[in-house]
Design a protein around this ligand. Structure first.
Ligand code: HPA
Length: 280
């Protein structure tokens, strides 16, 4: 798609949302599977199903719902994107990043993204939460960067700086919030791969060697677009499984396990997100 076409699609989607809510959100939250309780505790929400927003990509994955929940949470006006589309579902980068472009158009400046990831760092255990401090965009490095194509100078620069993408101030706030709730957060580099097949042992050895602490199939295209637009970004990974080249004999990794461990993390992740919102 050309920049003009993308911009037109973004404006149409943003307009459709404006017509379905009176709220003017300032914080965007992208929630992976299982965090519906948090979305459900938004006061007086306007709920917009994705099929009521032209061009909005629908998630086809089990455990991912498809709606925006807009309203007040911990005193902030938030827009929650509940469920996301992934590259492996067949969407292209323009489609995957439409939601964040729309958020920016709606005036959202702070973006909090959550995801599920495999833990590559040997110090990580399933059930840990990891603050993303940096990422490796394998698809982007291979040409599938969502900013490929003509640049819209009204949004951001042709060559955006990616240093400091994951906002140090927000990370500090996250650590303080976790400490106040009596838990700690891991930190690390998130490697973005296309999926949907999980990694082979050789791929995991490679990822470990190049400095990845966790691996997952989402988030990074959204973050690149948000960074380009100058948004403040916080990324949190739920470590749902070990992603190591030499697992215990008989270990099989499946999506069920990812969902199940993800569920156990939810109370901590929920109090973390609430605490951060309170202090924004
Ligand atoms: N690999 C890639 N993506 C993932 C994983 C994994 O091990 N776990 C959750 N998402």
């Amino acid at each position: 798609m050309t920049t003009t076409e993308t911009a037109k699609q973004v404006e149409i989607a943003a307009q459709a949302i404006r017509q379905q809510t009176i709220y003017r959100p300032t914080v965007g939250l992208v929630l992976g599977s299982g965090l519906s309780e948090l979305a459900n505790s938004i006061q007086d929400p306007d709920i917009i199903s994705y099929d009521r927003i032209p061009g909005w990509p629908q998630s086809t994955v089990v455990g991912h719902s498809g709606r925006l929940v807009i309203g007040t949470l911990e005193g902030k006006t938030v827009l929650v994107q509940q469920g996301r589309a992934h590259y492996y579902e067949g969407y292209d980068m323009d489609q995957i990043t439409l939601p964040v472009r729309v958020m920016r158009t709606l005036g959202i400046q702070v973006l909090i993204v959550t995801n599920a990831a495999g833990g590559i760092n040997a110090d990580f255990s399933p059930g840990d939460l990891m603050l993303i401090t940096d990422h490796i965009n394998f698809l982007g490095m291979a040409g599938q960067n969502p900013l490929r194509g003509p640049n819209d100078e009204t949004v951001g620069p042709r060559f955006p700086d990616m240093i400091g993408t994951y906002d140090p101030g927000l990370r500090k706030l996250a650590h303080e919030t976790a400490a106040a709730n009596n838990f700690t957060l891991q930190e690390g580099t998130y490697a973005y791969v296309a999926g949907p097949s999980f990694e082979t042992p050789a791929e995991l050895r490679f990822l470990r060697t190049v400095g990845a602490d966790a691996v997952g199939m989402s988030t990074v295209p959204t973050v690149v677009v948000a960074r380009h637009a100058g948004m403040q970004i916080l990324g949190i990974s739920s470590i749902t499984n070990k992603a190591v080249p030499d697992p215990e004999p008989g270990t099989v990794l499946d999506h069920e396990e990812v969902l199940e461990t993800g569920k156990q993390i939810i109370p901590r992740l929920t109090s973390l997100l609430r605490g951060i919102l309170q202090q924004l």
